[in-house]
Design a protein around this ligand. Structure first.
Ligand SMILES: C[S@@+](CC[C@H](N)C(=O)[O-])C[C@H]1O[C@@H](n2cnc3c(N)ncnc32)[C@H](O)[C@@H]1O
Length: 251
């Protein structure tokens, strides 16, 4: 399995982040509901209307945002994540049409970044990667609230503080996101991702906006947009309520 090639302490950081998601989901349940429903509805409305599809779900995690009940009977599902929650694997272990694949969806950059500690080297490694056929055998590929997690978590989990605090990671973020978009088969892909972070401190009517998307490759596609009230307990950013603008598109 892929994760055996990742250093255990790096994998542990990804597992910890995944646990953080389920804890926050429990805490913020009523605020997350709209976002999770919107995501599921968008997927159901935009998948081809035929049975027995081979579907790749990228960043499947806890499947909170995936319409499992509606899709698990009729289709063959390939769930990709850097690590899968054991509870989810256990829940679906008897289904022969549900497959769990442990895969770093930066295509090896997590391990490379951790070993090299140099964003420029990671950039040139990413330049060499050809990802356009990664999911070409699937009828549909769904990037499920994953796009900016790829760069955010790689940078947070793999680089140590001196590098982490002193360098501009924007070019690397863009390159990681470009690589992901290029891996999604054109005409058969759905992508949902938080796009902009809104931080409300004192002035909740005029929050500070920060873009989380650096790739330009999706700029020309029409999209649906909604708000996801992510953290009302002010623990993601201390003293701030955090909300995301989420975009969903097909291409
Ligand atoms: C914000 S969550 C998406 C929500 C998820 N669908 C759920 O319901 O839990 C992002 C997911 O992407 C996964 N992920 C982050 N970086 C990854 C990488 N480099 N390769 C594969 N999966 C990654 C995380 O483990 C997590 O499960």
């Amino acid at each position: 399995m892929f994760w055996q090639f990742l250093k255990p302490h790096i994998l542990h950081k990804y597992k910890k982040d995944q646990l953080g998601i389920i804890h926050r989901f429990v805490q913020e349940n009523e605020y997350w509901r709209g976002h999770l429903q919107n995501t599921q509805k968008f997927i159901l409305e935009n998948l081809p209307k035929q049975g027995n599809l081979k579907i790749a779900v990228l960043g499947s995690g806890w499947l909170l945002d995936f319409p499992m009940n509606e899709l698990q009977q009729e289709h063959e599902l390939f769930l990709f994540d850097i690590c899968h929650p054991p509870q989810i694997k256990n829940k679906y272990r008897r289904f022969s049409n549900i497959h769990f694949i442990d895969k770093d969806l930066t295509f090896g950059l997590v391990d490379f970044a951790h070993k090299n500690q140099n964003p420029d080297l990671v950039l040139s490694e990413a330049d060499k990667k050809e990802t356009s056929t990664e999911f070409s055998s699937f009828d549909a590929t769904i990037s499920l609230n994953l796009l900016n997690q790829l760069d955010i978590l790689l940078i947070e989990n793999c680089f140590s503080p001196p590098t982490l605090n002193s360098l501009d990671f924007t070019p690397l973020r863009k390159q990681i996101q470009d690589l992901h978009i290029r891996s999604l088969p054109k005409g058969r892909s759905i992508l949902i991702s938080d796009w902009t972070e809104l931080n409300a401190t004192i002035n909740e009517l005029h929050p500070i906006e920060r873009s989380l998307i650096f790739t330009q490759l999706l700029n020309s596609y029409p999209y649906q947009e909604w708000l996801w009230v992510f953290d009302t307990h002010k623990t993601y950013h201390q003293k701030n309520i955090t909300t995301f603008k989420v975009r969903a598109l097909t291409f």
